[in-house]
Design a protein around this ligand. Structure first.
Ligand code: CNA
Length: 380
């Protein structure tokens, strides 16, 4: 789908890093980056035991471990003969203090509860409702070559997507709570709605891999353009025009065929450090972002919270350390928050912060914005 253009290299990869553009096509499994396997850690004996337990319990058998470390971990859990679901297992790991560096990977599904449609949900997704934009195929609306020829479809959509019309929801605040508890190593989001910043996740904890509306530039000569003026033009149904070359200005949302922001390359340091990966509300269809989930060590637990299995979670059997909770994301996240004993705290945070947001008018200026978000507290 993507037609990467080498001439469009304003956002270049750091030295020594291969230049990467956004593409909607997943590579075959054989081409995906392989995780490094650095051996079992105690946490993983818990994960594998838990899964074996569940499996044996399904077969009417009780678990008998020959692994001392697995037994030790098991014996430290109360009621350990009961098979656990994904949320219980991950919740227990977190409560035991086994998890300190969580990487969250998120997509449009975390914002549907805020009233923003995702791409691919049948019926409600943007791709199912694009007839009004009069485009030849859904991805054209985010294709930089198509935009060059005809920017109108994107600007119609941008008018609807522009940050400022929607509020963060419980899922965003759960992620902020991970930060406040000192557990969030980084959040990698594909979203362009700005709700992560708006809920108070600070800039240094956030990688907006597909850009945002917070800045704007000419799509031809890349001359920066004031974001607020671009917004005003778009909201008035006009196309902002570059004062230097007269090209169309667009918000710095990453289109198919454009380079990802430099911050994205932080993943090379973050993912090897992760001790838990939480994947939320994404179809994992867009590369290179989708393959990030394969770059944690194979012993690191991965938890998918989504309506349906996606990416590596479509395979059977699941990788030993993979867990998923299928269904509505807000419900799943709330269940996990309840297991952790955080639910009331998140609600209070959400209520107080949302009240503050009512008087906050310009989210495009936010950078962790009007919050106390730089402060973290500890889980223990
Ligand atoms: P996608 O391909 O539409 O996938 C979304 C996934 O979330 C699907 O698997 C859905 O089943 C799942 N999902 C949606 N709602 C829920 C829910 N309430 N509970 C559980 N699961 C749910 O979107 P991706 O993020 O994977 O694709 C990446 C694109 C989408 C990015 O480039 C974004 O720029 C783009 N996008 C962003 C937004 C936004 O910023 N809010 C909105 C629409 C599209």
């Amino acid at each position: 789908m993507s037609k990467a253009k080498s001439s469009r290299d304003r956002r270049i990869a750091p030295p020594g890093v291969t230049r990467v553009t956004r593409s909607s096509i997943n590579p075959p499994d054989s081409q995906r980056s392989k995780p490094t396997d650095s051996g079992l850690v105690d946490d993983l004996s818990l994960m594998s035991v838990s899964e074996q337990q569940a499996s044996l319990a399904r077969k009417g058998k009780s678990y008998q471990s020959s692994s001392p470390s697995a037994k030790a971990v098991l014996s430290s859990l109360s009621g350990s003969s009961v098979p656990r679901g994904a949320l219980d297992t991950i919740g227990r790991l977190m409560k035991l203090g086994r998890v300190r560096n969580i990487v969250v990977v998120a997509g449009a599904g975390i914002s549907t509860a805020s009233g923003i449609p995702d791409f691919r949900t049948p019926g409600t997704g943007l791709y199912a409702n694009l007839a009004k934009y009069d485009i030849p195929y859904p991805e054209a609306i985010f294709n930089i070559d198509y935009f060059s020829d005809n920017p109108h479809p994107f600007f119609s959509l941008a008018k609807e997507l522009f940050p400022g019309h929607h509020r963060p929801n419980y899922v965003h605040y759960f992620i902020r709570m991970l930060h406040q508890k000192g557990l969030l190593l980084r959040m990698y989001t594909q979203n362009i709605d700005g709700l992560e910043k708006l809920c108070g996740i600070p800039d240094d904890k956030l990688v907006e891999a597909h850009g945002s509306f917070a800045t704007a530039a000419c799509h031809l000569c890349y001359t920066p353009y004031p974001a607020e003026e671009a917004k005003q033009a778009i909201m008035n149904g006009n196309i902002p025009i570059c004062t230097f070359c007269a090209g169309a200005v667009k918000p710095n949302v990453v289109f198919f065929g454009e380079d990802l922001p430099e911050k994205y390359f932080q993943h090379a340091e973050d993912f090897p450090k992760a001790d838990l990966l939480m994947i939320m509300g994404t179809s994992l269809k867009i590369e290179p972002f989708a393959s990030l989930v394969n770059t944690v060590k194979s012993t690191v637990p991965r938890l998918l919270l989504n309506r349906d299995p996606v990416g590596p979670f479509e395979r059977r059997p699941l990788r030993r350390a993979d867990y998923m909770e299928l269904g509505d994301l807000s419900n799943s996240v709330r269940k996990l928050a309840e297991i952790l004993g955080w639910h009331t705290e998140i609600q209070d945070l959400m209520n107080s912060h949302e009240n503050g947001l009512c008087s906050f008018t310009d989210p495009s200026n936010s950078s962790g914005e009007n919050s106390d978000s730089s402060e973290t507290d500890s889980m223990h």
